[in-house]
Design a protein around this ligand. Structure first.
Ligand SMILES: O=P(O)(O)OC[C@H]1O[C@](O)(COP(=O)(O)O)[C@@H](O)[C@@H]1O
Ligand SMILES: [Mg+2]
Ligand SMILES: [Mg+2]
Length: 336
């Protein structure tokens, strides 16, 4: 069977929907090439010397793994010289990365979580890369890009995607016209289209949450999970299954494949941090993808894509997946 390559898919999208001008296509292809390289490094494991931690911490105060830093470098290097970007921002860097003056500059901003699921690297469980593309402001060509230029609501994203490095390497992508999935053909070295219109079922009986945080949850989250646990004898009238991989990409990918609800809610921990996941590198791109597949994504009550970011590394509560179940969580918040 002759499958479409990523390039063929992007060219077709431009022909039918005019959503992929040449600059965006080249940008996506460059990110996809970088993801292939990261996936290659991941698959080498101990043989490639990529496991384990470094002495450094990132801006979030988390110990960096060797692969966090390597993946960040691969993405920076691949995207610097192509001429499609004005600047980049990453979960692993304190501030934005402007395109050096020796390279041509483009009209887009790229944001990424270079390696998602860092705690799973050394135990050989699926991990991934998440990315988001925004327009640079119109007046940007005449001046330096600032952090504030990145602080656009997720609804402004031009494209978003993730790569998951698991038993297969897959790339899942939206350009605002549905969601497509590509599988890496390792012999050919190409991303080939394997699913054209990913759709998340509206209902589910599978939830994903880190239960060890239960004592910190806000009452509506506690109520919802209590109801799931009560199963067929409780108010929801059916039994629920639970999964928690602890790599957002892998948990979201399961939901993209068979439905479910994923929650990393904001909670009442004394740290005062509003949730664990990052708005710009994790929540926004995933919310865009999930909505494009017919699902929903909230911070608890509000639509994530409507949130006006205040800071590059802002954290946010995340509840996403099957529409009716996410809606139920919103209702519980309203009734609280
Ligand atoms: O270890 P916890 O608290 O369950 O957190 C797991 C969550 O943290 C993350 O690993 C955070 O991402 P990073 O690995 O990019 O920091 C998510 O992928 C995942 O959903
Ligand atoms: Mg992450
Ligand atoms: Mg990360």
């Amino acid at each position: 069977m002759n499958r479409k390559t990523l390039t063929q898919y992007l060219v077709e999208q431009q022909r039918t929907h005019q959503t992929v001008p040449a600059e965006v296509r080249l940008l996506i292809e460059t990110v996809a090439r970088a993801c292939k390289a990261i996936g290659h490094a991941v698959s080498k494991g101990a043989l490639g010397g990529v496991l384990g931690s470094l002495d450094s911490e990132n801006v979030q105060g988390e110990v960096q793994k060797k692969l966090d830093v390597l993946s960040n470098e691969i993405l920076l290097e691949a995207n610097e010289w192509g001429g499609h970007l004005a600047a980049m921002a990453s979960e692993e860097m304190e501030t934005l990365h402007r395109i050096p003056n020796r390279y041509p500059k483009g009209e887009y901003l790229l944001l990424f979580d270079p390696l998602d699921g860092s705690s799973n690297i050394d135990v050989n469980v699926s991990i991934g890369t998440i990315f988001s593309v925004l327009h640079a402001p119109h007046d940007a060509p005449g001046r330096d890009i600032e952090e504030s230029d990145f602080l656009q609501p997720g609804s402004q994203q031009v494209a978003a995607g993730y790569a998951v490095y698991g038993p297969q390497s897959m790339l899942v992508l939206t350009l605002g016209n549905g969601v497509a999935a590509f599988t890496l053909d390792r012999e050919m070295g190409s991303w080939l289209l394997t699913e054209e219109n990913l759709t998340i079922p509206e209902d589910t009986s599978e939830f994903a949450i880190n239960m060890s945080n239960m004592r910190h949850w806000e009452p509506p989250v506690k109520r919802y999970i209590d109801d799931c646990l009560a199963g067929s004898t409780g108010p929801l009238g059916k039994d629920y299954n639970m999964r928690w991989i602890a790599s957002m990409v892998a948990d979201v990918h399961r939901i993209m494949t068979r439905g479910g609800i994923f929650m990393y809610p904001r909670d009442e921990r004394p740290s005062g941090k509003k949730g664990k996941l990052r708005l710009m590198y994790e929540a926004n791109p995933m919310a865009f993808i999930v909505e494009q597949a017919g699902g929903a994504a909230l911070d608890g009550e509000a639509r994530i894509l409507d949130v006006k970011p205040q800071a590059l590394h802002q954290r946010i509560g995340v509840v996403l997946g099957s529409k009716n179940e996410v809606e139920r969580v919103r209702r519980y918040h309203q009734e609280d």
